[in-house]
Design a protein. Structure first.
Length: 326
């Protein structure tokens, strides 16, 4: 993993591959810029690169200025590949070869949204957990069988880190800044961006579920909205199914197919993630949080929390306070 404590700024190469958008590229650059401004030191030095060295169209007449072309001679400490769709590149084979060569000499390689597709195409994500955006998850799974597809908003490892894109991009970048430097700096950047809570990679993507491109699946959406709206007093699986207008068996099949978990397990994880945020961000007691997140007893809450996160709720809060002391 990178060491961000040294006097030299971390060199970040942002390989932007069309199609991109301002909402996709903006959080990457803004978080790095704010890290430098808020800390008062040049923590990061970045350059935007494109496959051919030309500026990248962002839509609506806007352009992302590229400083140079990405190539095998690109040198950096952190490579970020981002894009939001696929279109064939001229010289695509050479680009993938350059990706592989640069990655071999780079301590940390990241893909955001469709950037993971390019990294996987270069053989750089085999054996790694990969946060894949819902809209390409099925195709990605079929094409890259040696990758471990994750539905979480981002995944971070020692030398690989991936993000599903969208709103999660800012959370991902702030998580990485916290790893390089400090949680306090990440939170100050979040405040500057108007982000009330930093999400962790444990959170799953919120997905407009589909059974085929362009075909929405309203019943699953209905079930998820019911879960979100009933955290304090959880509904039984049969109730969720009935209110969603499908049978329990149909509901379980949808959850298993799209989320890889049964409804009750998904619901429990959703409540535990909400509890974790409250433990870290509120002054409520553990008992109050357990009740607010639908647990009948503090003991049940503690056991479920430890099983998921490896610590008890009280240990979670104590660890959080110690990490952020001073």
């Amino acid at each position: 993993m990178l060491d961000g404590a040294g006097p030299q700024p971390l060199r970040v190469a942002i390989a932007a591959i069309a199609p991109c958008s301002m909402s996709g590229a903006g959080p990457v650059i803004d978080t790095l810029r704010l890290a430098n401004e808020i800390d008062g030191n040049a923590l990061y030095a970045w350059q935007v690169l494109s496959p051919d060295g030309r500026d990248v169209a962002l839509g609506g007449g806007a352009w992302l200025k590229a400083q140079a072309a990405f190539g095998a001679d690109t040198e950096c400490d952190w490579l970020i590949v981002l894009g939001e769709g696929f279109q064939a590149l001229g010289g695509q084979r050479a680009f993938l070869q350059a990706l592989a060569r640069v990655a071999a000499a780079t301590p940390l390689v990241s893909g955001i949204h469709h950037g993971v597709w390019w990294l996987a195409s270069a053989g750089l994500l085999d054996g790694h957990r990969v946060a894949v955006n819902w809209d390409i998850a099925q195709q990605f799974t079929e094409q890259f069988e040696h990758c471990i597809v994750s539905q979480q908003i981002f995944e971070t490892g020692r030398d690989r880190a991936t993000c599903c894109g969208g709103q999660a991009t800012a959370d991902f970048m702030l998580n990485m800044i916290a790893r390089h430097h400090s949680r306090e700096l990440a939170e100050r950047i979040a405040d500057a961006l108007g982000m009330p809570v930093l999400r962790s990679g444990d959170e799953r993507q919120r997905i407009p579920y589909v059974t085929a491109p362009g075909e929405r699946h309203p019943r699953l959406n209905d079930a998820l909205q019911l879960m979100e709206a009933n955290i304090e007093e959880p509904l039984a699986t049969d109730e969720i199914a009935a209110l969603s207008g499908i049978s329990r068996r149909q509901l379980e099949r949808l959850f298993k197919q799209y989320l890889g978990a049964m409804p009750a397990k998904y619901y429990l994880n959703l409540r535990l993630i909400k509890a974790r945020t409250q433990l870290q961000r509120s002054s409520q007691s553990v008992v109050q949080i357990s009740l607010a997140c639908g647990f009948a007893s503090a003991a049940h809450f503690s056991n479920a929390y430890r099983e998921k996160f490896g610590v008890t709720p009280r240990e979670e809060r104590r660890n959080w306070i110690e990490r952020n002391a001073g």
